[in-house]
Every structure is written in structure tokens, then in C-alpha cells.
Write a protein that binds this ligand. Structure first.
Ligand SMILES: *Cc1c(COP(=O)(O)O)cnc(C)c1O
Length: 639
């Protein structure tokens, strides 16, 4: 039935499957009929969408170059609605008598624009903010308008911090001080007495439950933050003593970020709700139960309890929490509190997409080597050649070991001057062809071969890309976190190459060689051949949480250009805000260079070169122009 030429035809469906976009995209990302990645304004089926390639050309026409970080307003808006609607639906269905009030933890992405949009889009749900430091509190106060929303103050608090929080209470904000340790109580009570303002006190507790995952050291008995049960009781007694127990209104815990397993979430809620009920029985007014963050993002789309995934949906998260709270409180006749969660990662992860171009490719190709060796070839090269000739399905492990052995021996001989550079180069060609051959045979074998696991990445192409891992996706380097990465166009073509990605820092850690997969972690990423001179663009997705402020200036690559995009209902888009990335002068001034002084010094160097007869006066003008325009330029590779 099938026409032979159609059999191998590559389709958008095949790209969807290969890159898993439907699994991790949460309805926000898809592939168009033209084979380009589309961003959808919401999760709804018929929502407006724009092609990332259209945005690339729009951004470039305006004079901004790659790499560029795009922030999609619509996705932030949609994620806030989704979380609030999911809690509200679960509460309605289970007949919960309290309410949900989400807060956004500022530390997850503190950019002014992000906080401003959270407060704007959050207003219809009274979605508030969580702060963990004085600068974050001050940032929050400058943007918060909604007096129904919560403002949760975690972290170490000095007098100044507490005074500001108390003034917020006086101005009508629902501002809570969450005690991280017992000694904070004195200073809170002292300042509130001095200023004559009643504080809203919350207590952070250590749970005995500890969850699995990357970032979960915040949970467990020995976690560094929060009060243990005896400190909790002591605090209650001290509040009673001072006649201030009526200020105790909130109980908080934070299990850690990215909790992949719903069972850990449930058991923490159950334990904390028991504590909550006890505090009510002690006579505290309470009213708020704050379950912290932890709602995970399914970065690899596998829907499992793997660290980069989660084995539950947002809807399940919400209904499991509501159900667990009710199951404890209804047996002890305690009224349902306002449930607060501090979801950061899941609120902002989808919002940002990093786009970058490929600068160059180092392809792995099979070398041209002769069928037979010269008789005068050295013994070791002959041995290596025999290994190459003898590879078959049964002996690949043995051939691999032998090839390594002979290659090392030849390298050793070279060190001792016993073979020349030309022969050594020839032997390396034989070696790499051998490895390539072994990798091909290995594909036919189903059983795992642990020694040969990294073979694919060893013979992968290297795609050199215009971005810095350290600046833009630091968690990929620091804690091996996986982010979905894929081409944003040419998705109707078969990607024939297997690649690893190198950034432009030239640091051996500046690479990505672990990629998402539903069943495992991939060591290479399928990419398209570079066509002569054509641009090729990749996107790193789900990078909105934690990456921006953790990024650093490794090799002095600075902030990338940032463009904020609003998708309109008719499928057009507006670039709402453009922030030019750091210039070379900017990043140098961060490390205490003074760009003006640098120009003066370099001018002197050029003047001296004139004196020494190395350059002409007119050269000096050209050289200074190049130096000064270099200072003004972007830190990344410019076209
Ligand atoms: C970091 C942090 C959060 C955010 O957690 P996510 O998993 O990103 O939602 C919430 N609360 C506290 C106290 C935190 O420290």
C-alpha cells in the first residue's frame, strides 16, 4: 500500500514524539504545519499562537541579536489562573469551607517585570507574594496593591525588616512574620510594642517527613530552618505568658522544591495539619495553613517520580492537599483554614524561553582509511587495524577494550619518540573509525552494556552555540538539571545528526550532554545538518524558574537581551518590553574596571605605538574606534 518514497517521510508528528514537546509542553508549546515551534497563549485548544521563528525575525529587525530570553506574559497569567482555578475547583468539589490564597515566592525570579506581572495577573485571585529578605520585602511593598492578598515574610528578620512589615500591617496589608527560629519572637514582640502595631505571627516547623528529590534538604528533622515540636510548644507558652497568643495565625512548612512524588506531599500535609489542629486546641486563633513550595515541573515529560519530573498533575496536587487537610480537621472539629501555597517553580518555569543560534559544528565523520596497511607499518598500528577489521556483534566489548589498549600504547610510543606524528595521526583515525563501528553494532544489541554507555556522546557532533550555560541555565551545570532543548524550526525534516551542545565560554563544563527522555536520560540530541550559511536556531524551554538570578558572569558573558512578548487574541504579538543585555563595558565594570579609564590607558598604548613607528596616526583612530565599539557591544557573538 505504502509508496516506497513515503515510507521514510519525516513529519511533524515524528518531531513531536522525538522531542517530547507534548509531554513537557503542558499545552503551551506545539509544532506548526510548517515545522516551527509555536507558543500558545493558554492551554485551551483553540487559543492564539505565535511561531518562535516569527519572533526571532521580529527581534532581529529591531536590532537585538541572539541569544535572547523571551518572556511570555500570557503563560504567567495562565499558570496563575490554572493553579487558583485548580484549588478552587477541588475545594468546591470536596465542599471545603475555607479558601485558597496563593503567594509567589520572589526569590524564584525576582525581575521587576515578573513581580509586577504576578501582582497584576494575580489580583483577581488575591494571589500574593512571599519574601525571604529585606530587599525582597521592599521590592514587594513597592508593587503590592491588593490588601486581600497575603504577604508572607520568611527568612532572617532584623529590626528594620520587622518595622517595615509592621507598617505594612498598619496600612491594611495581610502581612505575616513567619518565625524561622525561636529567638525571632523577642524582636517581633519588642518592635510591635514600640510601634504599637499588633503583628500577625506565623511559625515555620520542621516536619519529620523528608521528601525525595534534588532540593529537599529543607525537610526532615535536621533541616536548618524552622522550629521543632518542643521549640513550638515553648513559643506557644511564651506567647500565652505575654498575652499575645491571639497574634499566632499561621503555620508554615517548606518541604523543598521540585517534589517529584505525590506521596511525600500528602504525608507532609497530614503531619502539618495535625500540628495546626493542636495549635487551635491550644487557643491560638490560627486561620492560615501555609504549605510552602514544592509543586514540581515535569521537565522531561515522563510523568514519573524522577527528579526532573513529577508523578502527579496540578489538579491532583490540589485535590490531594484539600482532601488531606479535611481528613485531619473534620475528625477533630477544627474549622477549615485558608490554605496558602508558595509555588514558584511551577508558576514561572514555562514563562521564559531562551533562544540561541548555532555558530559552528564539529562533525564526527568516518575517516577515509585504506583497506590494507603497508607492510612497513608498526606492530601496534597493525594490531589496532586488525581490531578494526574484526568487529562483529559478538565481540564489541572485547574490541573496545583492545582498541583503547593499542591506542594508549601508540600514544606512549609517540611520547618516547618511537613513532612520528604522521603515524600517530593515522592511528587516531583508525581508532575513531573503530569506535564508530562499535557504536553502530551496539545499537543492534538490546541488553545494556555499562562500559559502553558513553559511546554515543563520544562520537557525537559538537554544536557550538551562542550562549553561556553559566549565565542562562546555571542549574544544568551546577546540579545536572535537565531542560527540554530542541530546534525551533525545520521540524518537517529528519534530524540526521546526533549532537552534544557546547556554549561559547570554552570552559570544559560549558556544555550540555544530558538531554530529556521519557524513559531515561539521553546523551545526545538529534539535530539537523547545518545548511551552508543558513541560521539554525535552538530553544531551551522551561527556564523561567531560578535560572536568571543564579546565572553568573563566567568568562564575562553578561545578561542576554530580554524581550517580553504578549500574544494577542488574533494571533499577532506585541513586544511589550525590550531590555538590552549587558554590554562589554557593563560586565567589566561589575569586576571593577572603569571603562573610561580603560579608554584613556589604551589610547596611551596606541600613542606609544605611534612613537615606536609601529602604527600611523590614522591607524590610531581606527584602532581606538574598534576598541570603543567593542566596549559598547554585546558580550555574545555578534553577526
Ligand atoms: C524557595 C521557596 C519556595 C519556592 O518553592 P518552589 O518549589 O519553587 O515552588 C517556597 N517557599 C519557601 C520558603 C522557599 O524557600
Amino acid at each position: 500500500m505504502n509508496k516506497p518514497e513515503l515510507l521514510g517521510r519525516w513529519t511533524k508528528q515524528k518531531s513531536e514524539e522525538l522531542y517530547g514537546i507534548k509531554n513537557w509542553g503542558a499545552g503551551y508549546f506545539s509544532i506548526s504545519g510548517d515545522g516551527e515551534v509555536m507558543v500558545n497563549a493558554s492551554k485551551d485548544d483553540n487559543t492564539a499562537a505565535v511561531s518562535l521563528m516569527d519572533i526571532v525575525s521580529g527581534v532581529r529587525e529591531r536590532g537585538l541579536d541572539m541569544p535572547v530570553l523571551l518572556r511570555f506574559e500570557n503563560l504567567l497569567d495562565s499558570q496563575i489562573s490554572f493553579l487558583n482555578n485548580s484549588f478552587n475547583k477541588a475545594m468546591k468539589k470536596l465542599e471545603y469551607k475555607g479558601e485558597y490564597r496563593g503567594v509567589y515566592p520572589v526569590k524564584v525570579n525576582q525581575q521587576q517585570q515578573v513581580i509586577e506581572e504576578v501582582t497584576k495577573f494575580g489580583q483577581r485571585y488575591h494571589h500574593g507574594l512571599e519574601v525571604g529578605s529585606k530587599p525582597e520585602l521592599i521590592a514587594a511593598l513597592s508593587l503590592m496593591q491588593d490588601k486581600e492578598a497575603c504577604l508572607i515574610c520568611n527568612g532572617y528578620k532584623d529590626e528594620e525588616f520587622i518595622d517595615l512589615g509592621l507598617y505594612a500591617v498598619k496600612m491594611g496589608f495581610k502581612c505575616f512574620f513567619v518565625m524561622e527560629n525561636p529567638s525571632e519572637l523577642d524582636i517581633i514582640l519588642d518592635r510591635s510594642k514600640t510601634l504599637g502595631i499588633q503583628p500577625n505571627i506565623g511559625i515555620r516547623i520542621k516536619l519529620s517527613a523528608k521528601a525525595g528529590g534534588h532540593w529537599t534538604d529543607s525537610g526532615g528533622d535536621r533541616s536548618i530552618f524552622g522550629l521543632n515540636v518542643s521549640q513550638l510548644i515553648e513559643t506557644v507558652d511564651r506567647l500565652k505568658e505575654k498575652g499575645m497568643l491571639d497574634c499566632l495565625k499561621l503555620l508554615h512548612y517548606h518541604l523543598g522544591s521540585q517534589i517529584p512524588n505525590i506521596r511525600d506531599i500528602r504525608s507532609a500535609v497530614l503531619e502539618a495539619t495535625q500540628v495546626y489542629a493542636e495549635l487551635v486546641k491550644e487557643g491560638a486563633p490560627m486561620g492560615y495553613l501555609d504549605l510552602g513550595g514544592g509543586l514540581a515541573v515535569d521537565y522531561d515529560g515522563s510523568n514519573t517520580n524522577y527528579t526532573c519530573s513529577r508523578n502527579y498533575s496540578v489538579e491532583e496536587y490540589c485535590s490531594d492537599i484539600v482532601e488531606a487537610v479535611m481528613s485531619v480537621l473534620d475528625t477533630s472539629n477544627v474549622p477549615h483554614p485558608v490554605i496558602v501555597t508558595e509555588s514558584g517553580r511551577s508558576t514561572v518555569a514555562y514563562y521564559s524561553v531562551l533562544l540561541f543560534n548555532v555558530l559552528d559544528v564539529e562533525k564526527f565523520e568516518e575517516y577515509d582509511i585504506p583497506e590494507q596497511l603497508d607492510d612497513n607499518a608498526s606492530e601496534q598500528i597493525k594490531n589496532l587495524f586488525d581490531v578494526h577489521k574484526s568487529i562483529n556483534l559478538r565481540n564489541i566489548q572485547e574490541c573496545y577494550n583492545d582498541a583503547l589498549y593499542y591506542r594508549d600504547e601508540i600514544r606512549d610510543m609517540f611520547k618516547h619518540g618511537r613513532i612520528n606524528l604522521r603515524d600517530r595521526a593515522f592511528s587516531e583515525k583508525i581508532f575513531w573509525n573503530t569506535i564508530n563501528q562499535i557504536a553502530k553494532e551496539k545499537k543492534k544489541i538490546k541488553k545494556p552494556l555499562p562500559d559502553l554507555e558513553d559511546l554515543e556522546s563520544a562520537i557525537a557532533d559538537i554544536y557550538y552555540c551562542n550562549f553561556s550555560v553559566f549565565q542562562s541555565i546555571p542549574d544544568s551545570w551546577a546540579i545536572d538539571q535537565l531542560f527540554p532543548i530542541m530546534p525551533i524550526h525545520r521540524l518537517l525534516e529528519l534530524p540526521k545528526r546526533n549532537a552534544v551542545i557546547a556554549d561559547i565560554t570554552c570552559d570544559c563544563d560549558g556544555k550540555i550532554d544530558r538531554f530529556i527522555d521519557i524513559h531515561d536520560v539521553r546523551t545526545t540530541l538529534p539535530l539537523h545538518d547545518m545548511k551552508n550559511g543558513d541560521d539554525y536556531f535552538l530553544g531551551a524551554f522551561l527556564v523561567g524558574a531560578y535560572q536568571e538570578t543564579l546565572g553568573d558572569l563566567h568568562n564575562l558573558f553578561g545578561d542576554t537581551n530580554v524581550v517580553s512578548v504578549r500574544i494577542n487574541p488574533d494571533g499577532t504579538y506585541d513586544l511589550v518590553k525590550e531590555i538590552q543585555g549587558d554590554s562589554v563595558a557593563d560586565v567589566l565594570s561589575y569586576v571593577e574596571f572603569d571603562p573610561k579609564d580603560m579608554v584613556v590607558r589604551f589610547r596611551k598604548t596606541a600613542e606609544a605605538a605611534i612613537r615606536d613607528g609601529l602604527i600611523k596616526t590614522s591607524d590610531r583612530r581606527e584602532i581606538m574606534r574598534a576598541f570603543e565599539s567593542g566596549l559598547r557591544g554585546y558580550t555574545y557573538y555578534e553577526r
